[in-house]
Ligand binder design. Sequence first.
Ligand SMILES: C[S@@+](CC[C@H](N)C(=O)[O-])C[C@H]1O[C@@H](n2cnc3c(N)ncnc32)[C@H](O)[C@@H]1O
Length: 316
Amino acid sequence: MSTPYLNLTDAAGKVAAFSTAVRLGLLDRIDREPADPAELARTCGATERGVRVVLAALAEGGFVEQLPDGRYRPVLTGLAALHPLIPLWDHLPDAVRTGIPVYDANSASPGNAIYPRTMAFLAGLWGDAVDQAITTLPAATRILDVGAGSEPWTISYCQRYPESHVTALDLPEILPSTRRAITRAGLTDRYTFLAGDVLTTPLEPCTYDLIVVAQVCSLFDRSNGSALIKRLTPALAAGGVLAIIDTLAGSPGSAMQELSLYLRTQAGAVHQPDAYHGWLADAGLTEITSTDLPTKLAITVLTGRKSQQVASVHDR
Ligand SMILES: C[S@@+](CC[C@H](N)C(=O)[O-])C[C@H]1O[C@@H](n2cnc3c(N)ncnc32)[C@H](O)[C@@H]1O
């Protein structure tokens, strides 16, 4: 069989199996309690053979897992909330024709209402890579998380560094989901929430030992990415580190990531590694490092440090 045929069947089959499991209530049912195909067929009004093949396909696709007793459970709770993402892709032909995205992920556009519901899953997306990313970051007490989302990176960071306190900056519409993630993690006393736009919200100068910008630069074009890093740098304390966590052009999965960015942003892109290096250097940061994480969608952590000397001259 040809690779194009297999790839297409695989992608379309995964979407259809997921959609079927949501529409027949299979996913919700095993979210409440694991169940085997026979029981699911009875309670969801379906055929046992049909349920069996759908669950097997979902297990192969990494959506559900089979327990030793033959019952299935989802790998993450609430997965059905991802279902509204599927029809967004129907808008790709229009977006390609007109250049207008289905919604704008870097503003509070009405279509972005879908995002808070799906955001919680970003936290689970990076798996073990989060711990590896944290080891590339310095110990810090005052942290700014820019475009915090559901805080996949700083929750782990706070668990590793008990002295750390995070200011989570995100759009006002998104912050309630951010708060929920922090409450679930039992870390409310370690976070302050700042509602606003990353490109305009005033930031205290010389305040943070660490600024984390994860999966945010790629929502913007090259010039706004550069502008963002430049405007964040004065908020770093002397010797502080700015860390960008993002997918870089040319890395595994980056073309599909770029397609997704095309669908949901005005000008987002997976940027070239030299663009990120340039933004950090142009902002006056030094000791630039780059670490690739072994995630399915490749992620790189880039860091740059604000010099003690430059900061002490400028910050007085
Ligand atoms: C792809 S998510 C990444 C979330 C999180 N940092 C992570 O790595 O999972 C991008 C985040 O940036 C936020 N964001 C996008 N544009 C923004 C803007 N102009 N101002 C503030 N936050 C913004 C989104 O609301 C979202 O939470």
